[in-house]
Design a protein around this ligand. Structure first.
Ligand SMILES: *[C@@H]1O[C@H](CO)[C@@H](O)[C@H](O)[C@H]1NC(C)=O
Ligand SMILES: *[C@@H]1O[C@H](CO)[C@@H](O)[C@H](O)[C@H]1NC(C)=O
Ligand SMILES: *[C@@H]1O[C@H](CO)[C@@H](O)[C@H](O)[C@H]1NC(C)=O
Ligand SMILES: *[C@@H]1O[C@H](CO)[C@@H](O)[C@H](O)[C@H]1NC(C)=O
Ligand SMILES: *[C@@H]1O[C@H](CO)[C@@H](O)[C@H](O)[C@H]1NC(C)=O
Ligand SMILES: *[C@@H]1O[C@H](CO)[C@@H](O)[C@H](O)[C@H]1NC(C)=O
Ligand SMILES: *[C@@H]1O[C@H](CO)[C@@H](O)[C@H](O)[C@H]1NC(C)=O
Length: 509
């Protein structure tokens, strides 16, 4: 080189060209596919390629042919074609969730027919699926099609999926299933929640009899028929939330001997009768929240000896029959909050020797029998806030060795005594009792165990003592609760402070 200047110019130009070339490799350009293992948009590990949430509009090229797992979620792909995954004959998992895919060409997965086990196509824009798109996928176990806009399924579409275990079609627009749609298949888990299914008889007729999990939440099923699930003796999980049911026919759930989870929340049920249920020796969870239940037949829960969780919150219960929770020695969670209960039988919880959580907040409880929590050796959390309790009898919280939290705020407690508090020698793991720090609590300062319990009593109100424990608040600073009204809740205090501030400003002018 005789001309160093020329060399420098050449060198700079070459460098720019190189940089530009490199950049087009590294940074995805709209409409141009990136090369998978040579781009910042993708990460290539052994047998795994990940190009997720990179705004890609075209599938990457150059995916190594020994890839097992192909993660392509969160991009902007709109279609999948026969060439998309050609040559990739070892892929077991394809993740295409959360793209904008509206079309899949027949034959797109032909190269994976012997290997593909999981196909994630959820959260895309699919309206239909052509028969043949899943052809020959005999190893496919998990098919995710939820959150698309699929309104109909053609017979034959799932024909070859002989290994299918689970298919998720939640959140689509499927109003009915052709009776032959799943013929010959024996998957165990099906999601059909939030479609627009109205005719459940036709739907059930199309389903494989060895189903274990069936999600029909949020459809338009209306009231059901006796024994309609008896063709599915292996069902363990049945979800029927938000379907507008106002009653359950007798024998509705007969034959479901393996049922473990039954969800009936967000319907408009008014009463629960034993005759509707049947024998469910394995039932562990029964959820009935947010219905309009006013009546529960005695003995209904006692036939489910394995019950661990009952959810009855947000109903219209004013009364619970004595003995209603008898025999429930496995129960851990009992949700009764948000009803209109004003008193309870003193023995109602007597068999709940394993209960951890009792939710009774947001009722109209005026009093509590002092024996009601006797023997609850495992009780950890007790929610009694937002009731109408004026007195808690001495000894009510005695004998709770595992109790950690008790919520008592938003009750008009007046006659507060030392005897109503748990004792140090029994409730050794007590963490917090949440209260409104009002003048009614003054007598507690003189209790023999105040040095211990005073640090557990946490002020939920008034705002100025928020996060303080009672032993941090001088006895004389406690003021008496005014009648409950807007001004004395948290929002009220803020509003009052703002008003005070404003009036100060006005006065100072
Ligand atoms: C995978 O690609 C390599 C070259 O990149 C090639 O040598 C090999 O034969 C291919 N294997 C398969 C199974 O296609
Ligand atoms: C599907 O499998 C059948 C038989 O197993 C075979 O004849 C056919 O060619 C396969 N189709 C594709 C597209 O791989
Ligand atoms: C229920 O499950 C058992 C054991 O897994 C199986 O043998 C039986 O065939 C299943 N019942 C139906 C109706 O599929
Ligand atoms: C409780 O269980 C015992 C025996 O385990 C049974 O005799 C009794 O009827 C059950 N109680 C209720 C209310 O079902
Ligand atoms: C019951 O559910 C509906 C929606 O399904 C909701 O709007 C309402 O707030 C719920 N009621 C309670 C008391 O939780
Ligand atoms: C307050 O409680 C104590 C002990 O339980 C009782 O002796 C007393 O009569 C009660 N006072 C009022 C006003 O209820
Ligand atoms: C716990 O202490 C109280 C007094 O502080 C006492 O009356 C009670 O007998 C004690 N209970 C046990 C189980 O030691």
């Amino acid at each position: 080189m005789q001309d160093p200047k020329g060399f420098v110019t050449f060198f700079k130009a070459a460098r720019t060209v190189c940089a530009l070339l490199l950049m087009t490799h590294l940074i995805p350009v709209h409409g141009t596919p990136v090369e998978a293992c040579n781009s910042l948009a993708c990460r290539c590990l052994t047998h795994q390629v990940t190009c997720s949430y990179e705004g890609l509009t075209e599938l990457p090229t150059g995916i190594p042919n020994d890839t097992y797992i192909l993660e392509l979620w969160g991009n902007k792909f709109t279609s999948i074609t026969k060439t998309s995954f050609a040559g990739l004959s070892q892929v077991t998992d394809i993740l295409l969730s959360d793209n904008k895919i509206s079309s899949i060409e027949v034959g797109s997965f032909d190269w994976q027919s012997d290997t593909l086990e999981q196909l994630w196509l959820n959260t895309n824009e699919l309206e239909t699926l052509e028969v043949g798109v899943f052809r020959n996928l005999t190893e496919l176990k998990y098919l995710h099609l939820e959150s698309n806009m699929i309104s109909s399924l053609s017979v034959g579409i799932f024909r070859d999926l002989s290994s299918l275990v689970s298919i998720d079609l939640n959140n689509n627009k499927i109003s009915h299933l052709p009776s032959d749609i799943f013929r010959g298949l024996s998957f165990r888990k099906l999601g059909l929640a939030r479609n627009g299914i109205m005719n459940i008889d036709n739907t059930l007729a199309a389903l494989p009899s060895n189903l274990v999990t069936l999600d029909l939440n949020g459809n338009d099923l209306g009231n059901l028929r006796a024994a309609m699930f008896s063709g599915f003796p292996n069902l363990t999980q049945l979800k029927l939330e938000a379907n507008g049911m106002d009653s359950l026919p007798n024998n509705l759930f007969v034959g479901l001997d393996k049922l473990a989870l039954l969800h009936l929340d967000h319907n408009v049920l008014v009463e629960l009768n034993r005759a509707s249920f049947g024998e469910h020796p394995k039932l562990e969870m029964l959820t009935l929240a947010n219905n309009s239940i006013v009546r529960i037949e005695p003995g209904i829960f006692s036939t489910f000896p394995k019950l661990r969780q009952i959810e009855l919150q947000a109903n219209d219960l004013t009364y619970l029959p004595p003995g209603i929770f008898d025999n429930l020695t496995s129960l851990k969670f009992l949700h009764l909050d948000g009803n209109r209960l004003d008193n309870l039988d003193g023995n109602i919880f007597r068999d709940l020797q394993n209960v951890w959580y009792i939710y009774l907040q947001g009722n109209g409880m005026k009093s509590l029998p002092s024996t009601i929590f006797r023997g609850l050796q495992m009780l950890r959390y007790l929610y009694l806030d937002d009731n109408k309790l004026s007195v808690i009898e001495s000894g009510t919280f005695d004998g709770l060795p595992r109790i950690e939290n008790i919520y008592l705020e938003d009750n008009p407690l007046t006659n507060i005594t030392c005897g109503m508090l748990p004792t140090k020698n029994v409730s050794t793991v007590l963490w917090e009792i949440s209260i409104d720090c009002t003048c009614e609590w003054k007598p507690v300062y003189d209790c023999p165990e105040f040095s211990w319990v005073g640090s557990k009593l946490e002020c939920n109100s008034p705002l100025r003592f928020w996060f303080d424990s009672l032993d941090e608040v001088p006895k004389d600073a406690l003021t008496c609760a005014a009648p409950r009204m807007f001004c004395f809740n948290h929002i009220g205090w803020v509003a009052l402070s703002v008003l005070a501030l404003l009036s100060n400003i006005i006065i100072s002018y």
